[in-house]
Design a protein around this ligand. Structure first.
Ligand SMILES: [Cu+2]
Length: 121
């Protein structure tokens, strides 16, 4: 039974790698960086997040603003849209290069709701 399970896991991870073939090659460090991002008016704070290359990034998004907001990431990950006072966690994935993030609600991005994940080595 154990063998069957690990075989299935290998097939799944091959499928995941194939689906993400456009992503840069990066060796995961096995570490997770967790960052809290809040909202101040129509801006994220912080708007710049530094992550070690190869770290898995988890963002705890606290909507401390006065509108509905979300977070969308350059690799296609998005959070749910949350109301003021709510918090959600987003598993962004392993960071291999700099990545933008922004709010996809209405014209919030144009109003300043965007930021950058900086991959450091
Ligand atoms: Cu927004």
């Amino acid at each position: 039974m154990k063998r069957l399970l690990s075989g299935a896991a290998v097939v799944l991870s091959i499928a995941a790698v194939t689906a993400c073939s456009s992503e840069p090659d990066v060796t995961p460090t096995g570490e997770t960086t967790t960052v809290t991002v809040q909202v101040n008016g129509m801006h994220y704070t912080p708007s710049e997040i530094e992550v070690q290359v190869g770290d898995e990034l988890v963002v705890e998004f606290e909507n401390t603003g006065t509108d509905l907001h979300d977070m969308a990431f350059g690799n296609g990950e998005t959070s749910e849209r949350i109301n003021p006072g709510q918090t959600t966690a987003i598993e962004v994935g392993v960071v291999g290069e700099d990545m933008e993030f922004w709010c996809s609600v209405s014209n919030h991005r144009e109003m300043g709701m965007e930021g950058t994940i900086v991959a450091t080595s």
